[in-house]
Design a protein around this ligand. Structure first.
Ligand code: COA
Length: 645
């Protein structure tokens, strides 16, 4: 008789073989799926046997040389300084990095830290960027990600789709646990796959002065939210077998029947700023019944939000409406209370066919989320859940009760006011730029990502007439525990290009030369950033080293060069899905833009955001400026090519 561990390994080997064969024959596909759904029970063994801090043998995140960072930094701040300011800044940074300067002491500290930790930056980043960040996660931190939008003509169509989506996500969880995900690569380098392990079962826990994060990867249940009520659904039974489509659909129908009237929206508390929420949380958790319900939500694999109908403004197209529904749920009168924003993944299904998720950013970047979304979409399309056999389930969904005190009611009222203000202040414009996509840019021998980034620079400059400090996320997952580095997309070259395009006296050949220089400069920075040699993470590391050493914050961090070059008026990232989806999020600064894009072969899905309270910015106008910039750049390339012929 085989031991549990031997059986697991045998099944896993068979699973791998079948996964290859599944592409070829329907019979193999069915066998593959059956084995897939039953292997979930054995993932406890998997995680124990594969236990290793560095199973992929990835290199550690490097600490750049101090002088290299300073030199690079000085280059990036030029667009934001006049000549005299630049001379002062150069002198200040040279003093900082002198042999006797404080920079060298901090660098020494950092190098020692790097030797004694698996990733010198990751814990700092988790606290600085996420757990210690006190603004609401809604709009300010948690992105929305759409799946291709659907049309639901009835509640039963929505519930059918929801069932398939839940089972697709469950099957992805099984793939993660059984280590079946293909390892991603950047060039020949493997990427750290550990963020995938944190997608399901993870929850942020509000606290003062900073939040905490909790992982429950072995959880077997999900929570379904409807009309602000929460229900526990056991997705896997004790033996790890998954509910079948029919069984799950029954549970969803049962939930709808049990929650026809809206409940008090406890969940809206999670949309408030983190200090307010942390204080309300303490009150909420005084009651045992609340503790049990909250713990069930926190330890679930993920949330499924069956939303109420939304009112859309006439200005918004469907993509924009979808983005808003995913980011903020439309406020207190719509679906903002039908959430638990601390959960890493909340799938959202609107009555009209808006489908996607909102994700809490702390444990993972957008890349793994996008890969999962492609899988889920394909799984649904191929009807992957219909072969799941009935499991041994006899439990109905369990409604999670709450006891609401007067103090909690006050906190809920405050949270409602705050989310409604935020919703009214948030501008979003989502669209598909369909004139061309990656293929055209590649045919011109340019990097598509750098090309789009330079278009964003040009769009900002043509609208505001000043250089815009510009953040792009670069993934550093080629290193163990790697997260991101900032690509500083605003450069002397990007500003020169924008100016050249707007100057009617400059000819096309010169404009093209300016475009090439701008793209080249961006590409070079990208290469440095993905290799861990940008400037921002290193400088933050030095600043936090000073704090840990009990030293005062070095002068360089108050310098105008630092203040201006880190006031990121354009906050961007590329999150690519093969399916027709996109990610969207809010700006970092009050006078800034958020812009997430998905460059596909022949189109680019783009989401632009801004704050209505700022009179200089407008998501709608930025969209137009960006579309015009992309068209101008295409025209320039076509005209200069024709001129050569
Ligand atoms: N000529 C022709 N083709 C080119 C080219 C050129 N000069 N330069 C690049 N290409 C090709 C590439 O080979 C690649 O081809 P593929 O589609 O067959 O793979 C394609 O164009 C795309 O490359 P490029 O546009 O240069 O960018 P990228 O895909 O390498 O992405 C980053 C760049 C910075 C976005 C990426 O490295 C990264 O870090 N991604 C993670 C971002 C992130 O963290 N986002 C989430 C934040 S929550």
């Amino acid at each position: 008789m085989l031991t549990e561990s031997e059986r697991y390994l045998k099944d896993k080997k068979m699973l791998r073989t079948l996964s290859l064969l599944a592409n070829r024959s329907r019979g193999h596909q069915q066998l593959y799926q059956k084995l897939l759904y039953s292997i979930g029970s054995q993932n406890v063994v998997a995680s124990r046997t594969a236990a290793s801090d560095n199973p992929q043998n990835l290199p550690p995140l490097p600490v750049p040389k101090l002088n290299d960072t300073i030199e690079k930094y000085l280059k990036t701040v030029k667009p934001f300084l006049d000549e005299k300011e630049f001379i002062n800044t150069t002198a200040l940074f040279k003093r900082f990095s002198d042999t006797n300067g404080v920079g060298n002491k901090l660098q020494e500290y950092l190098l020692k830290k790097a030797q004694s930790t698996t990733n010198w930056f990751e814990p700092w980043w988790l606290d600085a960027a996420y757990l210690g960040f006190r603004k609401p996660v809604v709009v300010y931190s948690s992105p929305g990600q759409t799946l291709p939008l659907q049309t639901f003509k009835s509640e039963s169509e929505r519930l059918n789709y929801t069932t398939r989506l839940i089972l697709a996500a469950a099957s992805y969880k099984i793939l993660i646990d059984s280590k079946q995900l293909p390892v991603e690569k950047m060039g020949k380098h493997e990427l750290d796959m550990n963020q995938y392990n944190k997608i399901f079962g993870t929850c942020r826990i509000p606290d003062l002065p900073k939040d905490d994060i909790e992982f429950n990867p072995r959880s077997k249940h999900i929570v379904v939210a409807h009309n602000n009520h929460y229900f526990k659904v056991n997705l896997f039974n004790e033996n790890g077998r998954l509910l079948s489509e029919k069984q799950l659909l029954q549970q969803l129908n049962n939930i709808i029947v049990q929650s026809t009237e809206p409940a008090v929206s406890v969940g809206i508390l999670t949309s408030d700023d983190r200090d307010n929420w942390a204080k309300a949380y303490k009150i909420l958790m005084q009651e045992e019944v609340n503790q049990r319900s909250v713990r069930t939500i926190q330890t679930s694999l993920f949330l499924v939000c069956l939303d109420s109908p939304m009112e859309y403004t006439t200005e918004d197209n469907r993509r924009t409406s979808a983005g808003k529904q995913l980011i903020h749920g439309g406020g207190s009168n719509a679906n903002a209370g039908n959430r638990w924003y601390d959960k890493t993944v909340q799938f959202v299904l609107g009555t009209d066919g808006i489908v996607g998720l909102t994700y809490e950013h702390s444990p993972s970047e957008g890349g793994p989320i996008a890969v999962m979304v492609d899988y889920i979409y394909q799984f649904i399309k191929k009807d992957g859940s219909k072969d799941i056999p009935d499991g041994d389930h006899d439990q109905d969904p369990i409604k999670l009760p709450f006891k609401i005190s007067n103090d909690l009611n006050t906190a809920i009222a405050t949270a409602k006011t705050n989310i409604d203000k935020l919703v009214n202040n948030f501008e979003l414009n989502c669209f598909s730029f369909d004139k061309y996509g990656k293929d055209f840019v590649k045919s011109q021998k340019f990097s598509p990502d750098s090309f789009i980034q330079i278009a964003l620079q040009y769009a900002f400059y043509r609208m505001h007439n000043v250089p815009g400090a510009h953040y792009e996320s670069a993934g550093t997952r080629k290193y163990l525990g790697g997260r991101t580095e900032t690509i500083r997309s605003c450069s002397v070259e990007s500003v020169n290009f924008a100016k050249a395009m707007l100057d009617t006296k400059i000819n096309n050949a010169e404009k093209l030369a300016a475009l090439k220089a701008a793209i080249q400069s961006h590409k070079q920075y990208t290469v440095d950033a993905v290799n861990g040699y940008g400037v921002d993470r290193h400088l933050l590391g030095l600043k936090l080293s000073a704090k840990e050493m009990g030293l005062s914050v070095p002068e360089i961090f108050q310098d105008p060069s630092f203040v201006r070059s880190t006031h990121m008026r354009i906050s961007t990232s590329q999150v690519a899905t093969k399916c027709d989806g996109f990610m969207c999020y809010g700006p970092i600064e009050d006078d800034g833009y958020g812009c997430c894009y998905n460059p596909r072969d022949n189109d680019i899905n783009i989401a632009v955001s801004a704050f209505a309270s700022n009179k200089d910015t407008s998501a709608k106008q930025f969209r137009t400026a960006l579309e015009n910039s992309l068209v101008d750049m295409e025209t320039l390339l076509i005209k200069t090519q024709k001129a050569k012929m």
